[in-house]
Ligand binder design. Structure first.
Ligand SMILES: [Zn+2]
Length: 267
């Protein structure tokens, strides 16, 4: 739990630093350090509450687009701390935007809280499934959602005290594990006017990663065959299954023999 605690603090400090950098370009390092310390203490003082929230989301272990309890818990936490929450945005019942403050800069923080199927696990460090429970949190989205909300609240306190200026928005993003919740939120224009969006993910150590990852685009392909008698006139038939097998083989060959950059640019 110590590591999780450290991770929460780290990410909050990172956000505070970025926020401060954008909000008050001429602030001295000293004042930024003071805000960092204040934020760390603020988060530390709420540690038991935040831990409880994270463990509740762990227990809920709700799949993408069905994160009803997890989303509600995070929304209520933000409301209790003075945020205005718009729920059910982009036509998704578990998506939300929580806002505090006004004016520029507008800083967004993403929160995710969906679980995965087939990895039921209690909260012990060894593989221990829970009877009659299928879902679980594989990569720490219970911390992810909680950490982002905690960060939003910490920044809100600084805004409220007039120590920084601007708007903080916590975006509750459903279905990160496979479902593209954020895509619909962007398409709805919910991120329009946001100056920067900060993101993080639970990990087994504190670090920043400067890399990119492949985006993916899904599509449906349909294969149609032509029926023909198998022994009288097989040459007149066209097998849809053959086409499926052929495309599978050719896509595999493309992946093995072309670089990711080629695939990205010539797709
Ligand atoms: Zn994840």
């Amino acid at each position: 739990m110590k590591n999780k605690q450290t991770t929460l603090l780290f990410i909050a400090l990172l956000h505070i630093f970025s926020f401060q950098l954008l909000a008050q370009k001429n602030s001295s390092t000293k004042s930024i350090d003071a805000l960092k310390n204040e934020t760390a203490q603020s988060i530390q003082s709420g540690y038991d509450t935040y831990k409880k929230i994270a463990l509740s989301i762990w227990d809920y272990a709700e799949l993408g687009y069905k994160e009803d309890k997890s989303s509600t818990l995070l929304q209520n936490t933000l409301k209790d701390n003075g945020f205005t929450v718009e729920a059910g945005v982009a036509g998704i019942s578990t998506a939300f935007v929580a806002t505090y403050g006004s004016g520029s800069p507008v800083i967004g923080i993403l929160a995710e809280y969906d679980a995965l199927p087939g990895i039921s696990q209690d909260n012990s460090p060894t593989k221990t499934t829970i009877a009659n429970k299928n879902n679980g949190h594989a990569c720490g989205h219970h911390l992810f959602g909680t950490g982002s909300v905690v960060t939003g609240i910490a920044i809100k306190k600084l805004l409220e005290a007039g120590k920084i200026k601007g708007t903080i928005k916590v975006f509750g993003c459903p279905a990160e594990e496979g479902g593209s919740g954020k895509v619909y939120m962007v398409r709805e224009g919910l991120l329009d006017g946001v100056d920067i969006v900060l993101h993080w993910h639970a990990w087994d150590s504190n670090l920043t990663i400067n890399t990119s990852a492949l985006a993916n685009k899904s599509a449906k392909f349909r294969f149609y065959g032509i029926s023909s008698h198998a022994s009288v006139s097989p040459e007149k038939g066209r097998s849809a299954l053959d086409a499926v097998e052929a495309i599978n083989m050719m896509v595999n060959m493309m992946r093995e023999h072309r670089s990711l950059i080629c695939l990205q640019t010539q797709h």
